[in-house]
Write a protein that binds this ligand. Structure first.
Ligand code: GLN
Length: 560
């Protein structure tokens, strides 16, 4: 495969020489880094992959990421956030695994549908081909048909880059991940030796009673990998402590990995410390050496700055997140990260209070004031289903009447409009037709064109849409531009028929689709900071470049 020409980077196959800051551009082929996980899940494979991507990108290489998930769902769009965590929506409207969010936050990569596939999607493709007769009557099997389709997906998802980082979900040893690992083995066998490496993320636990770090789980998981035919090139050892030399030696001996290819991945204070933490061990240098990539030295000043702010924030601010999935914080991953980024932009630490919206429903005003009185800003996020919506309305009413900065996102925005319609317009029965289909005041509803579609998924507005900001609005000043593009994931829309009355009552519809047919943002001009968006701005925020709405929201909360 021919790689594209990466900015300021050179990948040479045989000759090596250093190119300082401005290197000539001569990428010859795409390089692949496969990332697997051993022993247990939740070792931070996604973060490790993203941090490696950040370092390679800062060396001037063009990076792309792929996440392969071994479950049978075709995509995570229909999965419960409390089970699977957040669904990350890409620009092209794909509902994907939340690791793609990490990839985008750590690098400038823009992921798409091709960057995430599941076993279900692979099987679906193979079965579709089989039904179409593409296999000409042959017996369709895991090897070679499924494994070929997986390799095709590697190639599809790693276009336009110098280095593709391909992460396999799940843990080595799971039945489900076998076809993926087999596909990696086959793929590697077809490539040049220095075009592919395998990084295995494993656990090196500390056993307190013995006062020892244990290598046995890693030995077993590498043995399981080698049984399939994959020899890891690099081990990233997750644990509470740094790896002493004797443990490194032991791992090298038993796992057949060079001692200088064994890296510590100790728990750190923040995920954003991972790039500098890995760089301090020269992990990026080693990866470049193994892949025979010669590039400039990485520029990691931006990451160092973030680490400084995280370690020594000048201020702190308490923010409430009022939602129904608060029991699993992963459900709001991008949102929580975007709030942190907003904090970094203001040299502040954001202290989050997770408030279950359903629990607010049975409280009286005084009790609500006791809970929400502790915070300086309230964020009401998106969601599906009626549970907890009345509690969200209570929190929104509190923010509006107590002049506390309020950020409503998607369902949060819809409920804010319902709250205003009920309490200011006097439409006590106002609601979203998602919850009360025949309400006389459906301020949020399905548009006529959507109602015609019976398949629920078919009506969902997904992915990036353009939005035009009103000149005299707060959002126009915050964004500093008139035309923006933000990502969506919802079915219901603001009811245009009721817009004039809502406007007359004080709502400012400050962001709309360019043809004005869809409301994207509304704000309350006479409130210190009350901004609600139909889209999800959190998907585009980065630690090194906070989304303007989040930076402004945290600033307002600090001033409150
Ligand atoms: N349930 C609402 C809708 O479908 C909001 C969705 C969301 O918050 N993502 O429009």
């Amino acid at each position: 495969m021919q790689g594209v020409f990466g900015a300021q980077a050179q990948i040479a196959r045989t000759t090596q020489c250093y190119f300082p800051k401005k290197a000539i551009i001569m990428a010859r082929s795409t390089k692949y880094i496969f990332v697997t996980g051993g022993v247990i899940s939740s070792l931070g494979k996604g973060i490790s992959a993203a941090a490696i991507g950040a370092l390679l990108e800062s060396r001037g290489l063009r990076i792309n990421f792929l996440k392969m998930d071994p479950y049978i769902n075709v995509d995570p769009g229909t999965m419960n956030p409390l089970q699977h965590g957040e669904v990350y929506v890409t620009e092209d409207g794909a509902e994907t695994d939340m690791d793609l969010g990490h990839y985008e936050r750590f690098t400038h990569t823009r992921t798409r549908q091709a960057n995430n596939f599941t076993a279900g999607r692979i099987y679906y493709r193979v079965i579709t081909k089989e039904r179409r007769g593409d296999y000409l009557g042959g017996t369709v099997q895991v090897i070679p048909h499924i494994t070929d389709e997986i390799q095709l997906a590697f190639i599809e998802g790693s276009q336009n880059c110098d280095v593709a980082i391909i992460e396999v979900g799940g843990t080595v040893g799971d039945i489900e991940s076998l076809p993926f690992l087999e596909a990696i083995r086959q793929f590697r066998a077809k490539q040049n030796r220095d075009d592919v490496i395998n990084i295995h993320v494993t656990l090196v636990p500390y056993i307190k009673t013995a006062d020892e770090l244990k290598t046995k789980p890693s030995q077993h998981s590498v043995a399981a990998l080698r049984e399939i035919g994959i020899q890891p090139d690099i081990l990233l050892c997750r644990g509470e402590r740094d790896l002493p030399l004797d443990i490194r030696k032991k791992l090298a001996l038993f796992c057949n990995v060079r001692e200088d290819c064994i890296y510590g991945a100790r728990d750190v204070e923040s995920i954003y410390m991972m790039p500098t933490y890995f760089h301090a061990q020269n992990l990026d240098g080693k990866i470049c050496e193994l892949l025979n990539i010669w590039s400039k030295e990485p520029e990691i000043e931006a990451w160092e700055r973030i680490c400084d702010i995280i370690r020594h924030p000048a201020k702190e601010v308490h923010i409430a997140l009022v939602g129904k999935y608060v029991k699993l914080h992963e459900s709001y991953k991008s949102l929580i990260e975007a709030l942190n980024h907003g904090g970094y932009a203001n040299d502040a630490k954001v202290r989050l209070h997770y408030i279950d919206s359903e629990e607010l429903e049975s409280l009286d005003e005084k009790e609500i004031a006791e809970i929400l009185g502790q915070v300086k800003g309230i964020l009401v996020p998106g969601g599906f289903g009626v549970r907890g919506t009345e509690g969200k309305i209570r929190a929104i009413e509190y923010a509006r009447t107590h002049r506390v900065p309020l950020f409503g996102i998607c369902l949060g925005m819809q409920m804010a409009l319902v709250e205003y319609a009920r309490h200011i317009c006097g439409w006590e029965d106002a609601n979203s037709s998602e919850f009360v289909p025949d309400t006389p005041h459906p301020v949020i509803h399905l548009m006529a064109s959507q109602e015609a579609v019976t398949d629920k998924g078919g009506t969902m507005r997904l992915g990036a849409y353009p939005c035009k900001l009103a000149d005299d609005s707060k959002v126009r000043a915050i964004y500093g531009q008139r035309d923006i593009s933000e990502r969506h994931r919802h079915r219901y829309e603001v009811n245009n028929a009721l817009r004039p009355q809502l406007e007359a009552a004080g709502i400012k519809f400050s962001g709309t689709s360019p043809d004005n047919s869809l409301v994207e943002i509304f704000e309350l001009p006479d409130h210190p900071w009350y901004i609600c968006t139909q889209f999800h701005p959190e998907y585009q925020s980065k630690p090194t470049a906070a989304h303007p709405l989040f930076a402004s929201f945290i600033k307002a909360a600090l001033e409150n």
